[in-house]
Design a protein around this ligand. Structure first.
Ligand code: NAD
Ligand code: WQD
Length: 338
């Protein structure tokens, strides 16, 4: 079975490519390299001994997709391709709506033309917006607070409507919580451009001395220690979740949405201290103002994925911290070929 990974050179795509290749799938990646580089997939090949061909091109472009589907017999698609920076989406909403929505719709159109019905979509816990009751279940109310989030919400809506109108389709919508960490080899990992927005890459760059200290955004939230709590999930657990989703899509019609999270909430300070302990390092930090738009707590109810996909996250916070640092210390400049 051959799986097309749009955005396959990116952070989650490259880890999923590795997982799929190891499980015996053929993999083809399509990526415009707007936030990644081919080196990630070269290293996936080095680790697995198997090649995932990379087509450099844009998922919003019909001719590019036509070429991919004509060149390869694609049995299923995992659609990672998208722009993902929340702050940037507020500054450049049109770019986000155009890229993320056009890509999703063009993909659906070309898949249908080529008789490819199975699609796994990268959604996000951000679609739960500010809904306050935890843990978040798939049937909780949704609604977003920024254009990036709305692109996920609207993509979910579009895919749901398409699946309802066409009973031959098999769509699986995955709502990721907070993916962190890296493959245990330290050869592939997260390679943000510029100063990281997200907590773990920021902590890693403080640990490496690239950044001076961490700003902890607020310690007056109604949480255990006053700092924000999130459901951090190891990127390899997440990658394995995609394997389960592909298997599910191959044997079920219709559309289904799943949380991919651990069900555990850790605070910013929990993560900082776990990182220090796991790696024998000190992370200098100071408490600053809350970051606008942040919610106090966010964690998943992961039961539906356990029951229907047969998948649960296995790796603990210590492993996430160890693997994140292993990647950072071995690759202080990331892939360094952007
Ligand atoms: P990433 O930026 O590392 O990967 C996305 C990839 O898509 C990049 O390689 C980029 O070059 C490519 N891309 C973007 N637009 C494209 C287009 N039009 N055509 C072809 N390629 C294109 O991000 P990631 O962290 O691996 O995220 C993968 C997906 O998961 C994204 O859709 C993201 O929104 C979603 N997601 C990520 C997180 C997270 O915290 N990392 C959380 C929830 C959801
Ligand atoms: C985690 C916690 C911060 C940085 C974002 C997107 C979301 C999803 C995942 C794609 C919060 C605190 C952070 C720092 C800090 N992406 N923090 N200092 O905001 O939960 O989710 O990434 O779908 O849509 O919004 O993740 O890693 O930015 O923050 O104190 O320098 O760490 O306040 O409590 P977030 P994050």
């Amino acid at each position: 079975m051959r799986v097309l990974l749009t955005g396959g050179a990116g952070y989650i795509g490259s880890h999923t490519a590795l997982c799929l290749l190891e499980a015996g799938y053929d993999v083809v990646a399509l990526d415009n390299l707007s936030n990644s580089c081919p080196e990630a997939l070269r290293r996936v090949e080095e680790l697995t001994g198997k090649k995932a061909p990379l087509i450099v091109g844009d998922c919003t472009d019909e001719a590019t997709l036509e070429n991919v589907f004509s060149q390869y017999k694609i049995d299923a698609v995992i659609h990672f391709a998208g722009l993902k920076a929340v702050g940037e989406s507020v500054a450049k909403p049109l770019e986000y709506y155009q890229n993320n929505l056009d890509a999703t719709m063009m993909l659906c159109r070309v898949m249908k033309k080529h008789g490819c019905e199975a699609l796994v979509f990268s959604s996000s816990a951000t679609v739960y917006g500010t809904y306050p009751e935890m843990p978040l279940r798939e049937d909780c109310p949704t609604g977003c607070t920024n254009p990036y989030g709305w692109t996920k919400w609207i993509s979910e809506r579009i895919l749901t409507d398409i699946a309802h109108a066409d009973p031959t389709r098999s769509f699986v919508l995955l709502r990721y919580f907070n993916p962190i960490g890296a493959h245990e080899s330290g050869r592939i990992g997260e390679d943000p451009s510029g100063i990281p927005n997200n907590l773990m890459p920021y902590v890693c760059q403080v640990a490496s001395g690239k950044l001076k200290q961490l700003s902890v955004f607020g310690d007056d939230y109604p949480t255990k220690d006053g700092t924000g709590e999130r459901d951090y999930i190891h990127v390899m657990d997440l990658a394995e979740g995609h394997l389960a989703a592909i298997r599910y899509a191959a044997s079920h019609k219709g559309v289904e949405v799943f949380n991919l999270g651990t069900g555990e909430a850790y605070s910013v300070l929990n993560l900082v201290h776990a990182f220090e302990k796991a790696n024998g390092l000190t992370i200098p930090y100071r408490i600053t103002e809350r970051r606008p738009g942040d919610i106090p707590v966010c964690y998943a109810d992961p039961k539906k994925a356990a029951e229907k996909l047969g998948w649960t996250a296995k790796r603990d916070l210590t492993t996430m911290c160890r693997d994140a640092w292993n990647w950072q210390k071995n690759n202080p400049l990331g892939y360094n070929v952007k």
